[in-house]
Design a protein around this ligand. Structure first.
Ligand SMILES: [Zn+2]
Length: 201
C-alpha cells in the first residue's frame, strides 16, 4: 500500500508536472499547458484510485442460497486499464476471473471491482494477476481460483522496442484449476468459447 505519511500536497504534485513539461522541452506557462498540471493531478487520482480501495472489503458480502451450485463461475473479458510501474505507461487488456464456489458465491460485479482495486495502481502484469487470484482465494476460500490476463503494454508498443500488436498473457491457477487437468481444460474452453453474449453449444 501507498505510504500516506509524508504524502505531497496537490501544489507539490502540480509543480512536479510543470517540471516534467519543461523536461519534455515545452513551456508550462503557455496557454495550452497552463491548466495541464491540475488536469494531470486529477487524472492521477483516477488512474491510481486503487490505493484508496480495500479489495478484501469488496468481497465481504457473500450469498449462501446457491441450491448447491458448485460449477465454474467465470467472469470473462473484464476491461483492464492499469499502469506499468517501470514506465508509468498504460497497460490495456482484458481479464478473465473464475472460481469454483464452496457453499457461497459473491456478487459478480465485486469480482470486477477487485480487478480494478489492484489494476488502478502502479503494476506489473505478473503481480497484478497473482494479487487478484490470491485475494479471492483468501477471502472466499473457494475450491479453486483462476485469473487470466491478456494485455498490451504501451511502454512496449509506443517506445522501446516498438512492437505493436504484442499481447502478454499471464495466468494464476489455484486449487482445482491448478491440480485437476479436466477442470483447467473446462475453464480454458469456456474462456475461448467464441460468440460473445448468448450461450450456444
Ligand atoms: Zn513498462
Amino acid at each position: 500500500m501507498l505510504a500516506t505519511a509524508g504524502q505531497p500536497t496537490r501544489e507539490q504534485a502540480e509543480e512536479a508536472i510543470r517540471i516534467l513539461l519543461r523536461w519534455a522541452g515545452d513551456d508550462p506557462e503557455r496557454e495550452g499547458l497552463r491548466d495541464t498540471p491540475s488536469r494531470v493531478a486529477r487524472a492521477y487520482k483516477e488512474f491510481f484510485v486503487g490505493y484508496d480501495t480495500d479489495p478484501v472489503a469488496l468481497l465481504a458480502r457473500t450469498f449462501e442460497e446457491t441450491d448447491g451450485y458448485d460449477e465454474i463461475v467465470l467472469l470473462r473479458d473484464i476491461r483492464l486499464e492499469s499502469t506499468c510501474e517501470h514506465h508509468m505507461a498504460p497497460i490495456i487488456g482484458r481479464v478473465h476471473v473464475a472460481y469454483l464456489p464452496h457453499r457461497r458465491v459473491v456478487g459478480i460485479s465485486k469480482l470486477a471491482r477487485v480487478v480494478d482495486a489492484y489494476a488502478k495502481r502502479l503494476q506489473i502484469q505478473e503481480k497484478l494477476t497473482a494479487q487478484i487470484a490470491n485475494t479471492i482465494q483468501d477471502v472466499l476460500e473457494p475450491r479453486g481460483v483462476a485469473v487470466v490476463i491478456e494485455a498490451a503494454h504501451q511502454c512496449m508498443t509506443t517506445r522501446g522496442v516498438h512492437k505493436p500488436g504484442v499481447t502478454m498473457v499471464t495466468s494464476r491457477m489455484l486449487g482445482a484449476f491448478r491440480d485437476d487437468q479436466a477442470t483447467r481444460r473446462e475453464l480454458l474452453a469456456m474462456i475461448n468459447r467464441k460468440g460473445g453474449a448468448g450461450y450456444t453449444e
